[in-house]
Design a protein around this ligand. Structure first.
Ligand code: C2O
Ligand code: CU
Ligand code: CU
Length: 471
């Protein structure tokens, strides 16, 4: 039993799996109300795209919005010319994203806009979708499992439209009052009984989800775009924005299970008299109805995961999160009730920074050499958690404040808790050229917490100057 909103590509004569995707405004049903959102193909979240390892995929993307946008395939390893976040798709324009899905890429991905300064607005207004890549490992180990792709997202509406952000939301990142599991605030998931695989995608702009399943044994089997070596029993799994978790539930008895969200303190500012972060009622995200009994066990192993030896790194690079606000402006705008909507997403009251520098689309922050591995030490002396994301090049967590990673996994997002330092090992094996790293609280990304890394190879394309205007 899968989601109904899947988009199956068509296989062209050239063997390429082609999808057509249109960004447009649409009225959609969200829980028990109607909302006028920015959508992919008129649905919220957008259609789940499915492909297989070894496929060549072509996404013909049309922008039918009245604002500029673009597409980013989060977690996908692809050439920097294709994953070029500086690309601008003007209203009425059509463009193509075409890339190969390599062997070993089976996993959960997602797509969203990446237009600098507009990401929080557009993602927060509904432009989000999942992409699933299947591989032989899925058939071999998890072929019988029921599967659900669940995009977690929150919306904040004024009337039936996405609400612009307040000053404080530009600082903390916005957590909307409608907490949604795949577009629904009271979703019922049906499972036949047996193993149930939940591919969770945190596609919200700033909300962290600490997710648990009540009533059955639960294990983490994958993180971001890859499976782990073996199931790891969990009580809950914390997903900062951008992260995916592949969760296996032993649903072996007919009955009802609850998908729950637990409170997590990421350090947001609380002023006296301010409402607390909105949460779903009783912390319940969704209800899982298991229709039958089935004797099942978790697989013992999924497959080997290569471990990157930190000793092979050619250098350690330190990156430090920071930010600088203008307190007077902050207070003035807070009192005036200033709102940040489309076109204003990069004008927040705080300049967020990495290593004391706010993002500059024309600056390469540093070079790394193709074929080498580096250790990146990401320090967070700020009062907020900041999830770190790197495009194209997967990495492995080494430790958090000296506490070693509990298992080997390829990731593209890691939370850097406030006051802590995280070390990751990043091999730069292919795809030379310039790409980006940033905090995945997208309000922070829009306001400067982002940088460019150039993977140097003599034939690498240079970063293109961003196109500013549309005719
Ligand atoms: Cu999910 Cu740079 O993005
Ligand atoms: Cu990304
Ligand atoms: Cu951040």
């Amino acid at each position: 039993m899968r989601n109904h909103d899947e988009l199956h590509g068509t296989r062209g004569e050239d063997g390429v799996l082609e999808y057509r995707l249109t960004a447009r405004e649409a009225r959609v049903r969200v829980g028990d109300r109607d909302a006028h959102l920015l959508t992919y193909d008129g649905s919220f979240p957008g259609p789940t795209l499915r492909a297989r390892e070894g496929d060549r995929v072509r996404i013909v993307f049309e922008n039918a919005l009245s604002e500029r946008t673009n597409l980013h395939f989060h977690g996908m390893r692809m050439p920097t010319e294709v994953d070029d976040p500086h690309r601008v798709v003007c209203p009425g324009e059509r463009t193509t994203y075409e890339f190969d899905i390599p062997a070993g890429a089976a996993g959960t991905y997602w797509y969203h806009p990446h237009l600098h300064g507009e990401v929080a607005w557009q993602l927060g207004a509904g432009l989000v979708g999942a992409m699933v890549v299947h591989g032989p490992i899925d058939d071999a180990v998890l072929g019988d499992a029921d599967e659900q792709v669940l995009v977690l997202h929150d919306l904040s509406l004024a009337g039936d439209r996405p609400r612009p952000r307040s000053v404080l939301e530009m600082h903390d990142g916005r957590e909307g009052e409608l907490v949604l599991v795949h577009g629904d605030d009271a979703r019922t998931i049906h499972a036949k009984g047996g193993l149930l695989r939940l591919r969770l995608v945190n596609g919200s702009t700033a909300r962290f989800f600490d997710v648990a399943v009540d009533g059955a044994e639960t294990a983490l089997i994958g993180l971001d775009s890859n499976l782990l070596e073996a199931p790891v029993p969990i009580e809950s799994v914390l997903l900062p924005p951008g992260q995916r978790a592949d969760v296996l539930v032993r649903a072996d008895r007919a009955g009802v299970l609850l998908l729950r969200e637990r409170p997590y303190d990421r350090g947001v500012v609380r002023l006296p008299g301010m409402a607390p972060t909105p949460r779903p009622a009783d912390g319940i995200l969704a209800t899982i109805v298991v229709h039958g009994d089935a004797e099942v066990r978790f697989p013992e192993r999924m497959g080997a995961v290569e471990r990157i030896d930190p000793g092979s790194a050619v250098r350690t690079r330190r990156l430090e999160y920071g930010g600088e606000g203008n307190t007077l402006r902050f207070l003035y705008e807070a009192l005036r009730g200033t709102q940040y909507g489309p076109g204003q997403g990069a004008r927040g009251p705080v300049r967020f920074a990495i290593d004391g520098r706010s993002f500059d689309p024309h600056r390469i922050d540093f070079d790394v050499e193709l074929g080498t591995t580096e250790i990146w030490e990401i320090a967070n002396p700020t009062p907020l958690d900041h999830p770190f994301h790197l495009h194209i090049h997967g990495f492995q967590l080494i430790d958090v404040d000296g506490e070693p990673a509990p298992f080997v996994a390829w990731r593209d997002v890691v939370n850097v808790p406030r006051g802590k330092t995280v070390r990751i090992a990043v091999p730069f094996r292919d795809h030379p050229g310039t790409t980006m790293f940033h905090c995945h609280i997208v309000e922070h990304e829009d306001n400067g917490m982002m940088g460019h890394v150039r993977v140097v190879d003599p034939s690498a394309p240079r970063v293109r100057a961003p196109r500013e205007a549309c005719r």
